[in-house]
Design a protein around this ligand. Structure first.
Ligand code: ADP
Length: 261
């Protein structure tokens, strides 16, 4: 029973011990509540695509007489929802790994090479947006190259999702004065309303999904991005205005802290 507390009033060591103990119980209780909410939210999110897949499969089985266009439509929707399910599972696994405190694989990283790789992959995902790389300064830090690439792909994927065709997405890398890296992903897309901005790093938070051309978001991308940045001892900031676009700035220090956390 986590709600029980130790009673020991006064100023002596026993009272201090009791106070410390109670504080520890408080943080365990908070962590436990957050975890419970996460599991509840995750189950809810997983159920929606599953329901859609099962519904479409049932329809196809019950109605073999459906016109071919409607059959194709049901199949396409089942496939779309299966893809969404697969993205959700991948994101949930990434967060579970984060929660379990899996350490980074810290090595020397040529950030410019990682940026180039991410840029080339993102180009394949773009749908009518212009992708620009500017500037690309050589920067070497100590960090986890795979996680940094994952971070860039999350930010580029968002920029692509929330920028209409004809818009521009600019990926940049500058060397910081401390030998660290400053990464920027700027888009000319729909932007984020000020009321949503403080919440976008929360798990499962999505500003009005109708604004996206692609309703396939999970609301987990930026939570994963923030975890990666935090574990590198860096910072992430978003500057955005509705209708004008969004700029995400990530600063990574020259050396990621090596302790697991
Ligand atoms: P999602 O999978 O929904 O993109 P994220 O955690 O990556 O989840 O982002 C959370 C929310 O922040 C998104 O649903 C979207 O409303 C907003 N957002 C993130 N990046 C951008 C961007 N580049 N432009 C506009 N809105 C964005």
């Amino acid at each position: 029973d986590l709600s029980r507390r130790v009673q020991a009033a006064g100023r002596d060591e026993l009272a201090m011990l009791a106070a410390t103990f109670n504080q520890m119980l408080d943080s365990i209780e908070t962590a436990y509540r957050l975890q419970q909410r996460f599991v509840a939210d995750a189950s809810h999110e997983l159920r929606a695509p599953l329901t859609a897949i099962l519904g479409n499969l049932d329809l196809l089985r019950r109605r073999p007489d459906l016109p071919p266009e409607e059959q194709a439509q049901a199949l396409a929707e089942a496939r779309r929802e299966a893809e969404r399910l697969s993205r959700l599972v991948a994101d949930l696994l990434a967060l579970a790994r984060a929660d379990a405190g899996v350490p980074l694989a810290i090595q020397p990283v040529d950030v410019d090479a990682v940026v180039l790789e991410a840029f080339q992959e993102a180009r394949g995902l773009a749908r009518g947006q212009e992708l620009v790389l500017d500037p690309l300064e050589p920067v070497r830090i100590r960090g986890d190259a795979d996680r940094i690439k994952q971070l860039l792909l999350i930010l580029l994927d968002n920029a692509i999702k929330y920028t209409p065709a004809g818009g521009r997405i600019t990926l940049g890398l500058r060397a910081g004065p401390d030998g660290g890296a400053t990464l920027t992903v700027a888009d000319t897309g729909v932007g984020i309303p000020p009321a949503d901005l403080p919440h976008v790093f929360e798990r499962f938070y999505r500003a009005d999904p109708a604004r996206s051309r692609d309703p396939g978001g999970t609301g987990l991308g930026l939570s994963i991005a923030r975890w990666i940045v935090d574990r590198h001892g860096g910072s992430i900031a978003i500057d955005s205005a509705p209708g004008r676009g969004t700029t995400v700035t990530v600063r990574l220090p020259a050396e990621a802290p090596s302790a697991a956390g």
